[in-house]
Design a protein. Structure first.
Length: 314
């Protein structure tokens, strides 16, 4: 796997001409989207001129039109960006990786991670990456998992369980128990006393496991059904690396150790590898965001040292 500086060199040497081409496409797409927006505003003005009441429906119509137009006008540009920028960028990071822009990790694997207590009614996603890095099998994709709700009148609504990057790596030990490492929302929201009480009464997640790393305890809460195995897995070195990964990503991170796999969910709250429409592709910050996100996600093998044979498989 190449270094970030090597990937940056590749990006500007090999992909910059492509980005200049795509920048013209982006400007065209942006103009067309703004044109649709202007037409919708004009129609709204005309409606307001003749209809003085009962206009609640207009807001929902506007949103539906704008969302449809945005997705429709952007789709070809998005496809070309992923084929000509994201795919070669992934290949440059590691030649053993495969990329498919229209595929995502399966619902079965998402549920099997046991990271989220709510079972999704719908899972969408894209940008599937898979392959071997240093002998470790890795698979990741964008995931949007949602739950359906029905109100007493039968109206349907959806809530998000998780949206972000979902990563699966083969771990170098077969676990006999389950260990969950979750963001410590209770303690950070309610303080140590109330937070610890809430954590200890969250029986649906398993037994609360206290770790002897104060900094780790501030960021994460650990649950499992085997105290000894959980501490065996979460060595001081691994806790330090998880903390480092949390700081680099600046996002909530969920980790589980189930059977012989490690599952990692990073909550970005958006689709990561979609090209910008309202920001220039030639902007250095935009370019670095794509590279750093990819490098951070694929580099999880090295970051957590999954290729080191810390334990032998049972």
């Amino acid at each position: 796997m190449k270094s970030l500086s090597e990937i940056t060199d590749f990006y500007y040497t090999n992909l910059h001409p492509v980005l200049k081409e795509l920048e013209k496409r982006r400007e065209n797409v942006k103009s067309r989207i703004l044109m649709v927006f202007s037409v919708v505003l004009l129609i709204d003005f005309m409606v307001f001129s003749y209809v003085k009441n009962n206009l609640d429906w207009l807001f929902f119509v506007n949103v539906a039109i704008l969302v449809f137009a945005y997705k429709f006008l952007k789709q070809d540009y998005t496809k070309e960006f992923k084929d000509r920028v994201i795919k070669p960028l992934i290949g440059a990071i590691d030649k053993n990786l495969n990329y498919s822009k229209d595929v995502h990790i399966s619902e079965f694997k998402f549920i099997n991670s046991q990271l989220f207590s709510v079972i999704p009614d719908k899972i969408e996603g894209n940008d599937h990456i898979s392959g071997d890095i240093d002998g470790v099998r890795i698979e990741l994709s964008d995931i949007h998992a949602q739950k359906k709700h029905l109100n007493p009148k039968g109206s349907e609504s959806w809530s998000t369980i998780f949206q972000g990057l979902f990563i699966i790596c083969e771990f170098n030990k077969k676990f006999s128990a389950r260990t969950l490492v979750l963001p410590d929302v209770a303690q950070s929201s309610f303080g140590n006393l109330v937070g610890n009480w809430l954590q200890s009464h969250n029986s649906s997640r398993g037994e609360l496991i206290k770790m002897d790393n104060p900094e780790f305890e501030k960021e994460f809460v650990v649950y499992g059904n085997d105290q000894i195995e959980a501490r065996y897995i979460l060595t001081h070195s691994l806790m330090k690396r998880l903390l480092g990964f949390r700081k680099k990503s600046s996002k909530n991170i969920y980790v589980s150790f189930v059977y012989s796999h490690i599952y990692i969910a990073i909550d970005y709250g958006r689709d990561l590898f979609e090209p910008s429409v309202f920001k220039s592709l030639l902007d250095y910050k935009v370019a670095m965001e794509y590279m750093q996100t990819l490098y951070l996600a694929i580099g999880i093998v090295d970051e957590l040292k999954l290729n080191e044979k810390l334990w032998s498989k049972i």
